[in-house]
Write a protein of this length. Structure first.
Length: 449
């Protein structure tokens, strides 16, 4: 790269203010993220096919490139692919969210250290948009490679980088980079009009970011099959046929006009939910209550972490479809909502309300496959109105919750829990093939012999 000065910290690349330099958008996307996390601690799997399964080991949610080549389908049921997986000796893992969440944080923190926190927008667990510093076009390719190599060196997770004048074009560039990693070296830059034309002509409309399945079908029926054809439609046409401002903005983005700004990090959620599939169908109300109490405890921890309190709670349970019965709910979620006496973040107060809703929902003789809890009407915990009829000693509950959270965070695995959550938990989600939580559990650390 030219005209680049390196600061004392060699990871911080500083660009001087020079006329003619421009700022570009980029997206950094982890390659087969869950599989990459598993391979990080299993170097013997580096060039072998790997797949990761969804909750309860039901479906395939991540595939390495080698697994894709042998025909393992994304989102396909595991039992259907089992013979193909065994035939090719594919390594199979249950989802290990503790490991994936920690490694995701390390990737995002690396980007923040390289570019500054204000330039990084975490888009998903394995993707982040970034605002690149101002630079000349000839410097962009090298800088994108620098980002890629630094992330891989610091975290062990391989990434692809797409760069363009707008977010939508950056996503298109990233799609191209991942399509043929050997040719692209996992980096694709779309700056010139010719580069953008060639890329958009090769991208099918259903693979374009911002075009959902319904709109893709509609556009194909109208004869628009590529991103380039959509790009050449008028803004007025898009406003009329693609959802008003959203469609018009998409056309401008495809033309290289940045219309989708970087978003501020979302630190406070407006609703908190915890849901899980059961490891096996559950048909007893006591087991359902244990599960709901456990999920409520987890949601309450999230609530306190963002210093909020909930004014309402919703509980739902999902019946297992009864093929022999035409009048039962066929797997449709059953839910109940309740307003709380006052906003609270106290776990046992939320559990009390939640298990009462289970009494209203549960039907004797039925089996259930999933349950969940949602906390709504959230307010800052500093804005809770006091109650003249509750003695000040009631505030001890808040200190108790803080103590529980601190102990559980440091010791892990909910070493302190409420009795309502049970001890045996036969209903827990299946994770029979889960790897060790190498980065978040002392007793499961990676061993070098």
């Amino acid at each position: 790269m030219q005209d680049i000065s390196i600061a004392a910290n060699p990871t911080n690349i500083l660009f001087e203010e020079v006329p003619g330099r421009r700022s570009f958008k980029a997206i950094v996307d982890c390659n087969s993220f869950y599989c990459s996390c598993e391979r990080l601690f299993r170097p013997d799997l580096k060039h072998k096919p790997v797949v990761v399964l969804s909750n309860n080991d039901g479906c395939i949610v991540s595939r390495s490139d080698e697994a894709k080549k042998i025909g393992v389908e994304m989102a396909g049921p595991y039992f259907k692919a089992k013979s193909l997986i065994q035939q090719h000796d594919v390594a199979v893992f249950s989802s290990n969210y503790n490991l994936y969440g920690d490694l995701s944080w390390r990737v995002m923190e690396t980007l923040r250290m390289l570019l500054g926190a204000s330039r990084v927008e975490v888009y998903s667990v394995d993707e982040a948009f970034v605002n690149l510093p101002e630079m000349e076009e000839r410097e962009v390719q090298d800088y994108a490679l620098h980002i890629r190599h630094t992330v891989e060196q610091w975290t062990g997770i391989s990434v692809s980088v797409g760069v363009a004048p707008s977010k939508t074009l950056a996503k298109a560039a990233n799609f191209m980079a991942k399509e043929n990693k050997q040719v692209s070296n996992c980096v694709k830059v779309l700056l010139s009009a010719e580069q953008q034309r060639e890329a958009l002509q090769s991208i099918r409309i259903n693979n374009l970011w911002g075009v959902g399945g319904a709109y893709a079908a509609k556009l194909i029926n109208m004869g628009i099959t590529s991103a380039w054809e959509l790009r050449n439609m008028s803004v007025a046409w898009a406003y009329k046929n693609m959802g008003g401002v959203t469609g018009a903005r998409l056309i401008r983005e495809l033309r290289g006009e940045p219309c989708i700004d970087m978003k501020e990090p979302l630190t406070t959620k407006k609703m908190i939910a915890t849901t899980r599939m059961f490891g096996a169908p559950v048909n007893s109300i006591s087991a359902i209550k244990e599960a709901i109490a456990t999920y409520t405890s987890r949601a309450a921890e999230k609530l306190r972490r963002q210093h909020s309190a909930a004014g309402s709670i919703t509980v739902f349970i999902v019946p297992k479809a009864q093929h022999h019965s035409a009048d039962f709910h066929h797997g449709t979620a059953l839910s109940r909502y309740a307003r709380l006496p006052g906003p609270t973040a106290i776990t046992h107060e939320l559990i009390k309300a939640a298990v009462q809703l289970v009494d209203e929902l549960f039907e004797e003789g039925s089996s259930y496959k999933k349950a969940g809890v949602m906390l709504g009407e959230l307010v800052p915990d500093t804005a809770i109105q006091g109650n003249l009829f509750v003695p000040p000693a009631g505030n001890r509950n808040r200190y108790l919750m803080n103590m529980m959270d601190n102990i559980n965070f440091s010791m892990r695995d909910d070493i302190l829990k409420f009795a309502a959550a049970g001890t045996h938990k036969n209903w827990k989600m299946r994770q029979e093939l889960r790897s060790r939580r190498y980065t978040t559990r002392w007793e499961e650390m990676f061993e070098v012999k």
